[in-house]
Design a protein around this ligand. Sequence first.
Ligand SMILES: NC(=O)c1ccc[n+]([C@@H]2O[C@H](COP(=O)([O-])OP(=O)(O)OC[C@H]3O[C@@H](n4cnc5c(N)ncnc54)[C@H](OP(=O)(O)O)[C@@H]3O)[C@@H](O)[C@H]2O)c1
Length: 235
Amino acid sequence: MGEISGKIAIVTGAGHGIGLAIVKALLREKVRVLATSRRLEALKDMEGKNLLLTPADLLDDNSFDRIVSDCVAAYGGVDIVINNAGYGKKMLLVDTSKEEWDRHMAINVRAPFMLVNAAMPYLLESDYATVINICSVVSHEGYPMQGAYSAAKHALLGYTKVLARETFDKGIRVHAISPGGVATEMIQRLRPDLDLSTLSTPEEIADIVLFLLKNRNGAVIDEICVRRHTKEPWS
Ligand SMILES: NC(=O)c1ccc[n+]([C@@H]2O[C@H](COP(=O)([O-])OP(=O)(O)OC[C@H]3O[C@@H](n4cnc5c(N)ncnc54)[C@H](OP(=O)(O)O)[C@@H]3O)[C@@H](O)[C@H]2O)c1
């Protein structure tokens, strides 16, 4: 297993849900973390030597260089990028405006592409370079009422595959985690019919992130698909 203590990670969508759980898990492992999202109040009390908060809107093109330069100024580099921020709204495709379509694409797939490119010079220098993209069950499935979200998450998985192959010989490990229902704000918007107690928890997804980061053996995992325990296997 790899030692991640002291490594430097950027986590997007860090103020809520899965991202917040990932930041807390990384801090427990003594990873140095730059946490970013628009709302970061939940992390204010933990700010300190190993946690830097950079509020940023991923719809703003100036955010990506600023996030990376804040990270490099504070810690001296970037080893790990966790693209967790995401956006999904429940609606029929026929009712989806072009603004909503573009917003889904911008947050779910353009932002990871922009952030990784901004961090690339530092990832190339790192001896532990890793990118983890939080994809979704809808990277594989097409759920009605989630058209723009499904299209964007399919695109994120496609991006993840090509990034993995293009950086393979440069020593960068690229992973996708594709969860089904996780008990967060997002699922309450997309699937208000689901009882939160029947879903996976953000902490369980954070444990999978830690597993991928620590697993530096010869057996590499490209994607982990995660199902809530109440969903039928292979469905
Ligand atoms: N929950 C699920 O069932 C589920 C299943 C599969 C995949 N996922 C994926 O898991 C990831 C985390 O989602 P979650 O469930 O934890 O949902 P969440 O609680 O709604 O968190 C989404 C995060 O994305 C950030 N974000 C959204 N728009 C942003 C913007 N314009 N600029 C910066 N940050 C922005 C939000 O931060 P601010 O609002 O503070 O900016 C928030 O921290 C997403 O990629 C989601 O697609 C979730």
